[in-house]
Ligand binder design. Structure first.
Ligand SMILES: [Zn+2]
Length: 686
C-alpha cells in the first residue's frame, strides 16, 4: 500500500527548501536514489542527443540543471548515514555507494558529453565564437567540467573505461566497508571502567558522560568511548597511568587487531586499486592524479612543502619531550605516548600557569554558540541567528537556526548537531543539505555542523573543552562558507572548492575564539557569570606555540603517511603485505618515527584517506593553513573584527565559492599571493 508521495521527488516547500524530515522515512531513500539516477541519465541523454553545435546554453546549462532529485536525497541520506546511522543506513549505503559511483562514471565518462564539453572548451581556448558573450564564471565552468571529465577518464577507450568502472566500484565498496569496520571497532573498543577511582582527574561532566555511555549499553560502571584521532582528549587529565595506556592501546589498535572489523586488507586493496586506476588514467600514482586537480598541482609540491616543515617539527617535539621527561620524573619504563598529553598539561601549568581543563566552566555551550560563534559572525558580517524550533531536523539533538543579513533579508538555515552518540561517526564536520545557486533558484543554503561533544546528564550544562570550542569555531567557518555562497551555477556553491583550499576559511574562523572582544563576550563562568581572568587569557596566548612540535609532528606524520600510501605505483603497491611495517618505514623515511609521537591517525583508522575523501589530500590542512596564517595577519593589520573587513572577506572570498581559481580569489582578497612566513612563525618552525 503506497500512502503518500516520496518527499524527495519534488522540491520542499519549507523555507530554503529545508528537507521535510518529518515526512521522510527509511523506505523513501532507495526509490529516490533510483529515480534520481534514472532522471539524471535521461537528462544527460537529452543533452547529447542534440544535433546543434555544442554551446554553453545547450550543454553546460542543462548539465548543471540535471540530477536535482539525486542531489536532494544524497545530501539528506549521507548526512543521516554519518550523523545518525542505523543498520538500515549502513546496509543501504553499502548497496547504493557502488551504484552511485557507477552513475557518476556514466556521466563523467560519457563520450558524447565529453565531446560537447571539449568542443566548447577548445573553442574558448581558440578565442572563437563559442567564447563570445561568456563571462568569467561561465568560462571557468567549462574549464572545470573539461578538467574533471578528463581526469575521470573520459578520453579513454572503451576497454579502459570498462576497467575504470570496475575499479571505481570496487574502491567505493571497500571504502564503505572500511568506514563501517572502523565505526564498529571504535564502539567495540570503548574502554570499560568498573572502579570510579580510575577516572580520577576527569571533571564531573566527563564522569557522568562516561556513566551515561555505559548505561546506554546496559553496562555497569563507566565507559570511555573512543574518538577518531590517536590521542583521546581525556588522556590530558586522567591521573591513572594504566587507564591512559589502555585507552591509547585501544585507540591505536582499531582496525588492525584481527577479527571481523579488521581493516588491514582493505587498506592494502584500496592502495593497490587506486594506484592501478591512476596508471590507467596516465598518472604515475594516485597522489599525482589527485593533486593534478588541486591548487598544489603535483605530489612533489606537496612533498616540498611538508619537507620544509618536518625536520623543524620533529626537532621541536624532541625538545618538548625533554621538558616532559623532566616533569614526569622516574616513570616505570620511561615516558610513553599515552603519557604525553598528561605531562604536557603539567608543563603547560608550570611554564604558563594555564590549565586548559580548568577553563571548561567558562565554556558553556549555549554561551559559546550565541555569544561567541554567532556573535563573531554578527560583528564581522552583520548576520543574525534566530532559532526555528518549528523546523524539525533529522534528530532531536539537531537544532535549526535561521540566518539573516544585516538588512533583515533571510540568508539561509544553519543546523547544529552538537552531541556525540553511537550512531554518529567520529570527528566534526559540516555538510550542506541545500546549496545556494541562481540557476536552480536556490536563494540560500541549508548547512549542518556536526560535533562530537559528550552529552551531560539531564539538567547539567554542557561545558566544552578548549579544543571543542576551537573545533566549534572551525566548523562554523565551513558553515559560513556554505551560507555566504553567492554563485550562479550549482557546481560552484559554497564549499565546492578544491580540497586543499576548503579548510582555509574554517581555519580563519578559529582566530575569533580568542579575539578579545569575542572571548570577553562569551567566556563567562556558567554559575557566577564572571568573565575569564584577562591574565589567564594572556597566558593562553603566550602558550599558543607550546606543544606545537608535537601537534605539527603528529599531523605531518599522518599527512606523509597518506602521501606514502598514495605515491605508490601499482607494482610497488602489489608488493606490500604488511601494513604496520609499511607505516613504520614511511614515518622513518621522513624522520617522524618517534614512538612517543605517533601519527594523528594510523592507517587502519585513517578514515580521512581510506573512506572520507581526503585520499592523497590530508596535506590540505597545512597547505591551506598557509593562507589562513597569512589572512590572520591581514585581519590584524587592518583593524581586526570590523564590518568592512568581514565584507571584503565575504564578497571576495567566501561568496565566490569555487566560481574562480582559488588563488586568484585569494589575490583579489589579499592583494598579493600568500606568504608562508606567518605559518612558520605561528608553529615555531622559523
Ligand atoms: Zn574543517
Amino acid at each position: 500500500m503506497v500512502s503518500s508521495a516520496n518527499p524527495f521527488f519534488d522540491p520542499s516547500t519549507l523555507p530554503f527548501g529545508f528537507p521535510p524530515f518529518a515526512d521522510i522515512r527509511d523506505e523513501h531513500y532507495e526509490p529516490a536514489f533510483e529515480r534520481g539516477m534514472a532522471d539524471q541519465l535521461a537528462e544527460i541523454q537529452e543533452i547529447v542527443r542534440g544535433r546543434d553545435e555544442p554551446t554553453f546554453d545547450n550543454t553546460l546549462v542543462p548539465l548543471e540543471r540535471s540530477g536535482q532529485i539525486l542531489e536532494r536525497v544524497g545530501y539528506v541520506f549521507f548526512n543521516k548515514s554519518s550523523s545518525d546511522s542505523s543498520d538500515f543506513t549502513n546496509e543501504l549505503e553499502e548497496r547504493i555507494a557502488p551504484k552511485l559511483a557507477a552513475h557518476h562514471d556514466a556521466i563523467l565518462l560519457d563520450p558524447m558529453l565529453y565531446w560537447r564539453v571539449k568542443t566548447i572548451h577548445d573553442a574558448i581556448q581558440a578565442g572563437g565564437d563559442a567564447a563570445a558573450g561568456l563571462d568569467a564564471e561561465q568560462r571557468y565552468l567549462v574549464e572545470r567540467w573539461y578538467t574533471e571529465m578528463t581526469i575521470a577518464g573520459a578520453a579513454l577507450d572503451d576497454a579502459q573505461k570498462r576497467r575504470l568502472r570496475e575499479l571505481n566500484q570496487e574502491i567505493s565498496t571497500l571504502t564503505t566497508r572500511f568506514e563501517k569496520n572502523l565505526l564498529n571497532d571504535t564502539n567495540e573498543l570503548a574502554v570499560h571502567v568498573t572502579d570510579v577511582a580510575e577516572l580520577a582527574g576527569l571533571g564531573e561532566g566527563e564522569v557522568s558522560a562516561a556513566r551515561e555511555a555505559a548505561a546506554a549499553r546496559d553496562l555497569e560502571g563507566w565507559l570511555v568511548t573512543l574518538v577518531l584521532p590517536t590521542g583521546h582528549p581525556w588522556l590530558a587529565s586522567l591521573t591513572d597511568r594504566g587507564l591512559r595506556e589502555r585507552i591509547m592501546t585501544a585507540s591505536r589498535s582499531r582496525g588492525g587487531r584481527g577479527g571481523e572489523h579488521d581493516n588491514r586488507e582493505n587498506v592494502l586493496r584500496i592502495a593497490r586499486l587506486r594506484a592501478e586506476r591512476a596508471e590507467l588514467l596516465g598518472f604515475s600514482s594516485h597522489a599525482a592524479a589527485v593533486t593534478a586537480d588541486e591548487t598544489a598541482r603535483t605530489p612533489e609540491a606537496v612533498a616540498d612543502m611538508l619537507g620544509r616543515l618536518a625536520p623543524a617539527a620533529a626537532r621541536n617535539a624532541r625538545a618538548e619531550q625533554a621538558d616532559l621527561a623532566a616533569v614526569a620524573g622516574d616513570l616505570d619504563g620511561g615516558l610513553r605516548a599515552s603519557d604525553w598529553s598528561f605531562y604536557t598539561e603539567k608543563v603547560r601549568a608550570e611554564k604558563y600557569d594555564v590549565d586548559t581543563a580548568a577553563l571548561r566552566p567558562w565554556f558553556e555551550a549555549e554561551r559559546v554558540l550565541h555569544d561567541g560563534v554567532f556573535y563573531a559572525a554578527h560583528l564581522l558580517y552583520g548576520v543574525s541567528f534566530t532559532e526555528r524550533p518549528d523546523l524539525v531536523a533529522y534528530h532531536p539533538d539537531a537544532r535549526v537556526f535561521e540566518v539573516s543579513n544585516e538588512d533583515g533579508s533571510a540568508l539561509g538555515l544553519y543546523i547544529l548537531d552538537l552531541y556525540t552518540r553511537d550512531s554518529k561517526r567520529g570527528g566534526a564536520w559540516m555538510n550542506p543539505l541545500i546549496s545556494q545557486d541562481e540557476l536552480l533558484g536556490h536563494p540560500g543554503s541549508v548547512v549542518v555542523n556536526n560535533l562530537n561533544v559528550p552529552k551531560p546528564a539531564a539538567g547539567q550544562p554542557t561545558l566544552l573543552t578548549f579544543d571543542e570550542v576551537s573545533t566549534f569555531f572551525h566548523e562554523f567557518g565551513h558553515a559560513l562558507h556554505g551560507l555566504f555562497a553567492h554563485v550562479t551555477y550549482p557546481k560552484f556553491s559554497g564549499t565546492n572548492v578544491f580540497r586543499d583550499f576548503v579548510e582555509f576559511p574554517s581555519q580563519v574562523n578559529e582566530m575569533w575564539m580568542l579575539w578579545p572582544e569575542v572571548l570577553e563576550n562569551y567566556a563567562r563562568h556558567h554559575e557566577t557569570g564572571e568573565p575569564l581572568d584577562p591574565a589567564v587569557v594572556e597566558r593562553i596566548r603566550e602558550s599558543e606555540q607550546f606543544n606545537q612540535g608535537f601537534a605539527t609532528s603528529e599531523y605531518l606524520g599522518a599527512a606523509l603517511l597518506d602521501q606514502a600510501w598514495h605515491k605508490l605505483s601499482s607494482a610497488s603497491a602489489e608488493a606490500i603485505t604488511d601494513v604496520a611495517a609499511f607505516e613504520a618505514d614511511a614515518l622513518r623515511a621522513v624522520g617522524l618515527d618517534d614512538p612517543l609521537v605517533p601519527p594523528r591517525y594510523g592507517s587502519t583508522y585513517f578514515a580521512h584517506v581510506f573512506s572520507g575523501g581526503y585520499d592523497a589530500g590530508y596535506y590540505s590542512y597545512i597547505w591551506s593553513e598557509v593562507l589562513d596564517a597569512d589572512t590572520v595577519e591581514w585581519f590584524k593589520e587592518n583593524g581586526g573584527l570590523t564590518r568592512a573587513n568581514g565584507d571584503r572577506f565575504r564578497s571576495r572570498l567566501l561568496g565566490v565559492g569555487g566560481s574562480k581559481d582559488p588563488l586568484e580569489a585569494y589575490r583579489d582578497f589579499r592583494g598579493r599571493d600568500a606568504d608562508i612566513a606567518p605559518l612558520l612563525k605561528r608553529r615555531g618552525l622559523d
